[in-house]
Ligand binder design. Sequence first.
Ligand SMILES: C[S@@+](CC[C@H](N)C(=O)[O-])C[C@H]1O[C@@H](n2cnc3c(N)ncnc32)[C@H](O)[C@@H]1O
Length: 370
Amino acid sequence: MAGKNPVPWAADQHTKAKHAVYAQYLDKWMPIMVNGWEADITYAEGFSGPGIYLDGSPGSPVIAIKALVAKSEIRTKVKNGGIRFVFIDHDQRCIDMLPNELKKATEPVPLEDLSAHGVHVSVEKGECEPDLQRVLTREQAWGRPILAVLDTWGGAISFDLVRRLADNPGSEVIITMQPQYFARFASVDSIEHGDRVFGDTNWRAVATQPRENKDRWLLQQYRRTIQKAGFQYVLDFELIDKRGQSLFLVFGTTHEKGLTKMKEAMWEVDDVAGVGYRDPRDPNQEALAIEFEPNTAPLKRLIIDHLRTIPDNQSSIAKLRKFALHNTVYKESQAASVVREMVADGQLIRANGRSHDSRLSFTDIVELPA
Ligand SMILES: C[S@@+](CC[C@H](N)C(=O)[O-])C[C@H]1O[C@@H](n2cnc3c(N)ncnc32)[C@H](O)[C@@H]1O
């Protein structure tokens, strides 16, 4: 049911940081997919909002459409069949406002003429479930890549919808969720919603977790849920403000390149006042400023913890790069430079007999000191 809160509403700092990540990612996704699939692709939102915030800043649908129309070098490659944009929200007020915001973004081409240029936009009032799947079917989106942005107020979406998207070739999801939503309700009445989101009842064990561990534990469960649904590569991270309030972003893709591009997007965003990242896997839960050369102390801790779990406590640098890509918020390139620093200051040693000062290459092996 639509809420009683005003529409539009104020954008908090998390929202601004989230939008900065979306914009960076779309600037990478759009040209790759338009070129690779002749633009026969879909960008879909199941929780679109009105496309604008109280301060006039754009909502995610506007950011997405601008990632295409503001770039003549990709816009002009959209031919015939064309690209689809699907926006669903259950609040009529959002659905009334969104076309106008999209129209401003696509000027001078009127929204209703975009179709003639191969850009098909659907804005529809409905519930994300089941209406998103229905509209994607009507728009003949299945069978080609879909980027689905599912920006819930925290309750996430059903496992079945994630699986349906994961089964579709070349698709990706971005889901916002609040573990607190589930931690709070695990022992009361929204338990069935949790079962639908996680795809089984294992998540209910959150009730037995110590209070300080519940959020991280749930996020770990959710990461597994997204993988079980068919997204082999998952990146989840926390946007955290100065008051310690957080928003979790979970990204799933079936392509390693998607993961690499999302990592690049994360670390290329401009600083958003007062918001940082946190790696949910970091045992110390250290907040990281959003900057191109981030604090790598959590990555060092994670590499040490990882080496402790593997035989002989040693690994090639190439494998540590992949470890960072798949299991942390850091990029492969950040892992390589961190390992060099760790060797230089003795936290790691070289295991293949070369002297300390010769350059480390990806095939070199490092290990924990005895
Ligand atoms: C977090 S806001 C979306 C923000 C938007 N994606 C952005 O970043 O600009 C969530 C939106 O989801 C809508 N909503 C909540 N539950 C929904 C549901 N079950 N189906 C469709 N829309 C829903 C709300 O009306 C609200 O506009």
